[in-house]
Design a protein around this ligand. Sequence first.
Ligand code: SAM
Length: 263
Amino acid sequence: MALSDHRTKKALGQHFLHDPGIVSKIVQAVSPQPGDRLVEIGPGAGAITFPLLERHGSLTAIEFDRDLIEPLRAAAAGVGELEVVHADVLDVDLTALAGGGRIRLVGNLPYNLSSPILFHVLAHRAVVQDMHFMLQKEVVDRMGAAPGSKVYGRLSVMLQAVCAVAPLIRVPPGAFRPPPKVDSAVVRLVPRADAEIGIEDGRLFANVVRAAFGQRRKTLRNALMPICDADAIAAAGIDPGARAETVPVGGFVALANHLAASR
Ligand code: SAM
């Protein structure tokens, strides 16, 4: 079966890109350099895969849909070295895949799985040079939001603490077949070096952020009551009467580190 004959599967989040202008913007954004190790999550019928392969010469693609595996391999003949891994990306050990080097991830992600995929990838971020992901625009907005914005929340803080976040390209539903119900956007995520992050205890940091945003309407003094008192919040340089949505990422890092140090 040819890739063009593939019937898309809703359960696998298959919305295939059909807009060459958007594809070329994604390839430009990735801008592969000699020696880069490109890994695509969910190549589908290859809308992004083949333009990247033509430009770069090699790519590893991880696809869950068995019907696409052989057609992808066949279509790559004469274009470049395409390694197609038939797997659920959540089961793929990206650190092992990187083989001691670093990988650059690309993917128009299945939206129903975008959060688990993101957390899986972040768990392997030590071997990830950068990521270019197509996601629901609303998710990208939350990822990149600044303190004080209506959509600044737990995702913004948890992600910005470990990655530089750059929303790049807005993509309308008409760019896909079948069109999704929502707008999409491409975001670039670049993991920060651990030294730059400065989080002493990742679990404590996650607990503080979860508690702070769990009760959005409450002041930090009240929302963080199960974890610490107002003095600890003030000692980290944060007004205990403030709400979580006004506190910058560095404030949460300072608070978690203050609590880690005083244990
Ligand atoms: N990259 C293609 C494009 O832009 O046209 C397809 C994108 S489509 C939104 C998402 C792709 O991810 C589909 O090919 C789907 O089969 C694949 N996929 C879904 N769940 C997956 C999983 N758990 N692991 C790997 N691939 C998956």
